[in-house]
Design a protein around this ligand. Structure first.
Ligand SMILES: *Cc1c(COP(=O)(O)O)cnc(C)c1O
Length: 361
C-alpha cells in the first residue's frame, strides 16, 4: 500500500505496520491509552536517550515540530532572559522569528548555509554578546543536510550556567546524541522524523529541574509546556486537549520498531549506509553535493543542479513516475534539490533510485 517512496525527511516513508497501528480508535481517558500507550512512549523516549527518569522527563505536544520548538523556547526563556541563537539555515532562523513573536531579547548569529556551527562560533558569539542566559541551535539543519557540532558548543558553554536548547528534529532517533553528557536542557523533536512515525505531534525531552522552573512562564495557552507536562505526569498520560490518538498509537509502534532494529545506533548505521549509497551513486552520475563531506550529515543531502538549464520540475515528475518523491532545495544562493535518507528506506531502495536517475541522464 505505497503510492511512492518518500525521500523527503518528514513526513517520510513509514512501515506498513506503523500505518496499520492507526486502524483502531482509542478512548482518551481510558488507561489502556494513557498508561498503555502515552506513558509507554514517554518512558520509551527517555530510554532510547539513555536518560534516567529521576533527572529527565518528556512531554508530548500536539502539532508539528515547530509547535514544540515554540513551546520549549516560550517556556524556557522569560522576559528578563537573553537568548543566543546560532543559525545556519531556515530552521535556525525560524527560532529567531519565534523569539521576535514572543518579544524575547535575543541575538541571532546567522551563518552562511554551508558553514558549520562549532565551538569557535559559540565562543565568538559569547565574547561578543553580554548577558546570554540561553543558547538555542539546530543539530541537523534540514535546510541543507549539515550536521552541526553540538558537542563542541556544549563544551564551550559547560559550567557557564547557560540553558542549552537543541532542535534535534531531524536527528533524534537517527543520530546518537548524549543528552546528559552534553548538558542539553531541552531537546525538541517530532513524531514524523527519525523515529519514523506519522505527523501530528512533537515532543520535548527536558532536564526535570529546568522544566519545573518554567511553571507560569508560557505566553501561550495551548503551547504551555509546563501545563502539558503537569497534566500528563499527574494524569498518568492524559493530554490537556484532544490527543491525536491514532498518530500516538502509530508512534508507539514506530518506537517498538526502532528498538527491534537495534536502537539508535543501528538506525544510524542504516541511515549512513543509505547516505553513502546515495552520494556515491549520484557522484558516479556526475552530480555534486552542496556541502563538503566533513559537514554533511546522513539525514538529507543537497545536490547542485548538474547544468544551468536543469529542469527540476521535469526531473521531479519523471522520478515520481518511477515511484520516488524528492525535495526541492531551500537555500538562497545556489540551485539545489534534496534527497532524504531517513524513513523506512534501505540501501536497496537507494540503489533503485540511482538506477532511475541514471536512466534519465
Ligand atoms: C522538520 C523540522 C522542524 C519542524 O518543522 P515542522 O514543519 O514544524 O514539523 C524544525 N526543525 C528542523 C531542523 C526540522 O527538520
Amino acid at each position: 500500500m505505497k503510492n511512492y517512496l518518500l525521500l523527503t525527511p518528514g513526513p517520510l516513508s513509514t512501515s506498513q505496520t506503523v500505518r496499520e497501528a492507526m486502524l483502531q480508535d482509542w478512548c482518551t481517558w481510558d488507561k489502556d491509552y494513557n498508561e498503555g500507550v502515552v506513558t509507554v512512549i514517554r518512558k520509551g523516549l527517555l530510554s532510547i536517550a539513555n536518560l534516567d527518569e529521576s533527572e529527565y522527563t518528556s512531554v508530548l505536544l500536539q502539532g508539528s515540530g515547530t509547535f514544540c520548538v515554540e513551546a520549549a523556547i516560550g517556556a524556557a526563556v522569560t522576559s528578563t532572559d537573553k537568548l543566543l541563537i546560532l543559525a545556519n539555515g531556515a530552521y535556525g532562523d525560524r527560532m529567531a522569528e519565534l523569539a521576535a513573536y514572543y518579544q524575547i531579547q535575543y541575538e541571532l548569529v546567522s551563518l552562511h548555509e554551508a558553514a558549520i556551527i562549532d565551538g569557535a562560533v559559540a565562543s565568538k558569539a559569547l565574547a561578543q554578546y553580554d548577558g546570554i542566559t540561553h543558547l538555542a541551535m539546530v543539530h541537523s539543519e534540514t535546510t541543507t543536510g549539515l550536521l552541526n557540532n553540538i558537542e563542541a558548543v556544549a563544551e564551550v558553554i559547560k559550567g557557564k550556567g547557560i540553558t542549552f536548547i537543541v532542535d534535534a528534529m531531524s536527528s533524534f532517533g537517527g543520530v546518537p546524541i548524549d543528552i546528559k553528557g552534553l548538558g542539553i536542557d531541552f531537546l525538541v523533536s517530532s513524531a514524523n522524523k527519525c523515529i519514523q512515525g506519522v505527523p501530528g505531534f512533537g515532543f520535548v525531552i527536558a532536564k526535570r529541574e529546568k522544566l519545573m522552573a518554567t511553571k507560569g512562564n508560557a505566553r501561550s495557552l495551548s503551547l504551555d509546556l509546563y501545563a502539558q507536562w503537569e497534566t500528563m505526569e499527574k494524569g498518568g498520560g492524559k493530554w490537556r486537549f484532544t490527543s491525536p490518538t491514532h498518530v500516538v498509537r502509530a508512534f508507539d509502534q514506530a518506537l517498538k520498531e526502532l528498538n527491534e532494529e537495534g536502537g539508535i545506533a543501528a538506525r544510524y548505521e542504516r541511515y549512513k549506509q543509505n547516505h553513502r549509497t546515495l552520494v556515491d551513486g549520484m557522484r558516479g552520475l556526475g552530480f555534486k553535493t552542496l556541502l563538503a563531506d566533513e559537514t554533511q550529515g546522513c539525514i538529507i543531502t543537497s545536490f547542485l543542479y548538474p547544468t544551468s538549464d536543469f529542469d527540476f520540475t521535469d526531473f521531479y515528475y519523471k522520478l515520481k513516475a518511477q515511484g520516488f518523491v524528492i525535495y526541492p532545495g531551500k537555500i538562497s544562493d545556489a540551485d539545489t534539490f534534496r534527497i532524504g535518507n531517513i524513513g523506512d528506506v534501505y540501501p536497496s531502495d537507494i540503489e533503485k533510485l540511482i538506477e532511475a536517475v541514471g536512466k534519465m541522464m
